[in-house]
Design a binder for this molecule. Structure first.
Ligand SMILES: Nc1ncnc2c1ncn2[C@@H]1O[C@H](COP(=O)(O)OP(=O)(O)OP(=O)(O)O)[C@@H](O)[C@H]1O
Length: 117
């Protein structure tokens, strides 16, 4: 019974990931960026610890983009009128993505640049 419930939740979560990749251009962009970073990691032969960091950043970025898209949908469901709170919610969610993206880019440069130059 518990296993069936877990599998059901897993199916819904998978459907959410598929929808995100189908509907959200930003998420597809992050996936392409992630593939490039993984290829660069393979070519540069980064260490185990560096792989942990890179994988965590890629997963975090994709997960945060999905949360941002979910918030956008909930806001759009709640109102189609111009609402200052709706704007704040969407802009803060987008800001959270930006914070993580900038931090990821800096950490990526700190990992890769010393190996290239
Ligand atoms: N109901 C609303 N009331 C007030 N401001 C809104 C509302 N919906 C969107 N906005 C604001 O309008 C701007 C554009 O929002 P919109 O959701 O169209 O695009 P977006 O945030 O760039 O998302 P997407 O990734 O879907 O393009 C944002 O600053 C957002 O906060």
């Amino acid at each position: 019974m518990m296993m069936r419930k877990f599998l059901r939740s897993f199916r819904f979560a998978t459907a959410g990931i598929v929808t995100a990749f189908k509907r959200e251009q930003n998420i597809r962009f992050h996936l392409i960026a992630a593939i490039i970073v993984v290829l660069a990691g393979c070519l540069t032969r980064i260490s185990h610890v560096e792989w942990f960091v890179v994988i965590l950043l890629i997963a975090g970025m994709l997960a945060l983009e999905m949360v941002n898209s979910a918030i956008e949908r909930v806001v759009d469901l709640a109102t189609t009128d111009f609402q200052p709170l709706a704007k704040q919610a969407k802009d803060m969610a987008a800001g959270a993505v930006l914070v993580f993206a900038v931090a990821s880019a800096i950490i990526g440069l700190l990992i890769f640049l010393p190996k290239w130059f």
